[in-house]
Design a protein around this ligand. Structure first.
Ligand code: PEP
Length: 249
């Protein structure tokens, strides 16, 4: 069965609640499609108004993070039950900005992935290499390690529903998109790694996105590659251009 594309916006730390509603109302008619899942991953405080604003449209709302405990003395954190109660369907886990600025590790990523599945939230698991790692020729080894740890104790049935976002760090927010061949090489290696951890059926089912300066110009070539099932889009998800990315063909 062909995999349905999934195109997700990562708003990062942008948009106040009222700006979020305005942006969703602007983008709603532009991101209409039956051919792809369309997800807006928004700051925690925007989730409730975003879910309300997206009602009746094909937009699903995701979070940008969650905490791996159920509840309790974890000041400032957001629990998975808070997210599901608010209507969240997806959560970005292990974005490179969280790894870089908030000490997220492969181990905390794994805990969060397990917790998301426990609550029926689909994780968008991020991985990616630095420019230095690419130049050292260790990209694939590095990504395989990130994936293997992120999916520890995740069942094949869960993994089949997961989304992985391959995001080379050197391409995020830099305007420097990976070439479609570079992106396909790594997304193919990720699928192979999933096949090794699980089986062919799981490798064939899991959806793998590319992220890193995706824009309306680069999306069509990237999204036609066999192992690239859509994109995780930062900057361009805040603009009407996101409509062109979603309707890329
Ligand atoms: C991201 O935030 O995941 C991202 C890929 O950002 P950008 O598209 O701005 O590079």
């Amino acid at each position: 069965m062909a995999r349905k594309k999934i195109i997700a916006g990562n708003w990062k730390m942008n948009m106040t609640p009222s700006e979020a509603v305005e942006l969703i109302n602007t983008l709603k008619p532009l991101v209409k499609t039956e051919e792809a899942d369309v997800v807006f991953c928004v700051p925690a405080i925007d989730i409730i108004p975003a879910v309300e604003a997206a009602k009746g449209s094909n937009i699903q709302i995701g979070a940008e993070n969650l905490y791996f405990e159920e509840k309790g003395a974890f000041t400032g954190e957001i629990s998975p039950a808070m997210l599901t109660d608010a209507g969240v369907k997806f959560v970005v886990i292990g974005h490179s900005e969280r790894r870089q600025y908030f000490a997220e590790t492969n181990e905390t990523v794994n805990k969060k992935v397990l917790k998301a599945f426990e609550h029926g939230i689909t994780p968008i698991v991020c991985c990616g290499e630095s420019l230095e790692q690419r130049e050292q020729g260790i990209t694939i080894d590095w990504i395989r390690q990130q994936i293997k740890i992120a999916f520890l104790n995740v069942t094949a049935d869960q993994a089949k529903t997961a989304v992985i976002a391959y995001e080379p760090i050197w391409a995020i927010g830099t305007g420097k998109t990976a070439t479609s061949d570079q992106a396909e090489e790594v997304c193919g290696a990720i699928r192979k790694c999933i096949g090794e951890i699980y089986d062919e059926a799981t490798a064939a089912a899991i959806r793998i996105q590319y992220g890193g300066s995706v824009n309306a110009k680069t999306a069509p070539e990237l999204f036609t590659k066999p192992d690239i099932d859509g994109g995780l889009v930062g900057g361009a998800s805040l603009k009407p251009e996101f409509g062109q990315i979603v309707n890329w063909h």
